[in-house]
Ligand binder design. Structure first.
Ligand code: GDP
Length: 339
């Protein structure tokens, strides 16, 4: 009988970490996860995996360089998925140093220890479409990077380091992931902010959504599809880079209009710039622009070209945009608002 595979997931309490943990547990892995604070309540999905015995948690801050020796010795993983990151781009302008420590320095320390302690490990780095910045769309694995914010700069440096290790013969792969959403997305991200606010509007506890740039364009996928891609990248016969994307884009305005419809509200948009707004079929204002949510800079147009992952790994985003919006709205409608 072959040995049970062990996987270590950093960032296991995040959206992708929790979906990946569930996927790997289903596939029979012994899943190990890194959690920052022992006092914080665990997300329900992680708590139930832990109770079922298929997940072991390790505690520590990835910015602590001495952490890796202990954690990797404890779990001796066959696969490492590095999903931990400071992933809030707006915040990265204000906390550039912390973003670099988490998104680059921690990766550097982890790779140094992993390649020494478990040299045959298959390592998957969560890279980001943000690395392309204002590079012409659609972007593929060969598009040069043009990062526009501290988050993206740190992700580029981390991926370059991954390439150096790969050249030395280690299995270090990179998943260049475009935005991917779900009910487990944090409310700092625009999609979940929208689904959550419209659920509250439907409950009558909020009157409208205050939003930033509604013309921003994203290639939005569905997170559970994307963690399947991560696993396929780890299981491929060689380490490589893959763009993980739908290849289809929508604006923030599209997302708002679709979410409102899920709650029975047809929006009518008017105005431009900061005076833009949307009213519903009863004439009630439901969306206003608040410049506090504007970013100092925005990437140009991020559209991924997923041809390579489709051809090589037979992976494709299967959940369409409107279904993702509907899943998120239904989930927020079904849960009690957080206080
Ligand atoms: P990102 O792609 O990782 O930056 O994902 P976000 O969900 O945070 O932002 C996606 C886009 O939505 C960006 O271009 C933002 O400028 C735009 N956006 C507009 N209004 C908001 C808002 O209120 N909150 C956030 N987070 N983004 C907003």
């Amino acid at each position: 009988m072959s040995e049970q595979r062990r996987a270590l997931i950093t960032g296991i309490t995040g959206q992708d970490g929790s979906y990946l943990a569930e996927l790997l547990a289903q596939k029979g892995y012994a899943v190990h996860g890194l959690v920052r604070r022992s006092s914080r309540e665990l997300p329900p999905a992680i708590e139930s995996l832990r109770l079922s015995g298929s997940l072991t948690l390790h505690y520590g801050d990835i910015r602590d360089a001495s952490l890796w020796e202990r954690v990797l010795t404890e779990c001796l993983p066959h696969e490492i998925y590095n999903l931990a990151s400071q992933s809030n781009i707006g915040l990265s302008f204000h906390c550039a140093e912390e973003t670099t420590e988490t998104n680059y320095t921690a990766v550097k320390n982890l790779l140094a220890v992993a390649t020494r302690l478990v040299p045959t490990v298959r390592f998957v780095q969560a890279s980001s479409s943000e690395m392309f910045g204002d590079a012409p769309a659609p972007q593929s694995e060969t598009t040069p990077f043009a990062p526009k914010n501290p988050y993206a700069v740190a992700k580029v440096r981390a991926q370059e380091l991954c390439h150096e290790y790969r050249q030395q013969g280690f299995f270090i792969a990179c998943a260049i992931m475009y935005n991917h959403e779900s009910p487990r997305r944090s409310r700092q991200f625009v999609t979940r902010k929208i689904s959550y606010t419209f659920a509250n509007i439907a409950r009558g506890i909020e009157s409208h959504l205050s939003i930033g740039n509604v013309h921003a364009v994203r290639d939005w996928g569905y997170a559970p599809d994307y963690v399947e891609a991560l696993w396929r990248i780890a299981r491929h016969h060689e380490p490589d880079d893959f763009v993980v994307a739908t290849g289809v884009t929508h604006t923030v305005q599209d997302f708002i209009t679709a979410a409102a419809l899920e709650f029975g509200l047809s929006l009518f948009w008017s105005g431009a710039g900061t005076t833009m707004q949307a009213v519903d079929q009863h004439g009630t204002t439901r969306v206003v622009i608040d410049p506090q949510y504007f970013r100092p800079t925005e990437p140009h147009t991020l559209i991924g070209d997923p041809q390579k992952i489709k051809r090589v790994l037979h992976w494709e985003a299967t959940t369409p945009f409107l279904e993702t919006v509907a899943i998120m709205c239904r989930a927020d409608a079904a849960t009690h608002p957080e206080r």
